[in-house]
Design a protein around this ligand. Sequence first.
Ligand SMILES: [Zn+2]
Length: 157
Amino acid sequence: MVEITWTKHSRGGRAAARRNAAPTAFPLPDDAPPFVHTVWMREWDGFTPRTSVTHDLPRGLPRGIGVAEESGGLRVDFGNRPSVHLRPNQFLRRQETFLSGRGCSCCGTPWYNLRTLNIVYGKVRAESFLHEPAVYIDDRRILGARRRSVGSGRQVG
Ligand SMILES: [Zn+2]
C-alpha cells in the first residue's frame, strides 16, 4: 500500500512535480506472506518514503477492505463495489483519494491523500507490483478544499 499525503501548498510547482512523480508501487520486502507493506510519502516530510510491514491481517488493511481465500483464488471486498476475484499470481491495484486530518497548521485546509492498494495472491516477489495489474480500480475523485467528506460520486481519470 502506498499513501501520499499533501496540502494545497504543493498543488503547483516543484512540490507538485515531486508528488506526481511518486511511485504507486515499491519492491516488496523478503518476508513471509501474508503481510502488508505500507509506504507513506508526506508533504511535511519532503515526500521521503517511510515504510512499515505488518502481519496483522486484516487489521493492517484499510478500513472497508476485506480479503478471503476461496477455491482457486482470493476474493477482495471493497464495500463500495462488487468483489474482485484474483487468481494465483494476479495482482490488483486500487487507487482512491480522500481528505483527512485536522488540516494544515498554517491555513486549516484538509490534507489530501492518494492511496494505492496493491494486492497479490500467490507467489510474492520483490517485483510483484512493478508491472501492470490484472485488475485496476479507479476510485479517485476530485477533492474539493471545502468538502470534508467524499461522497460516492463520479469517477475521474
Ligand atoms: Zn496551510
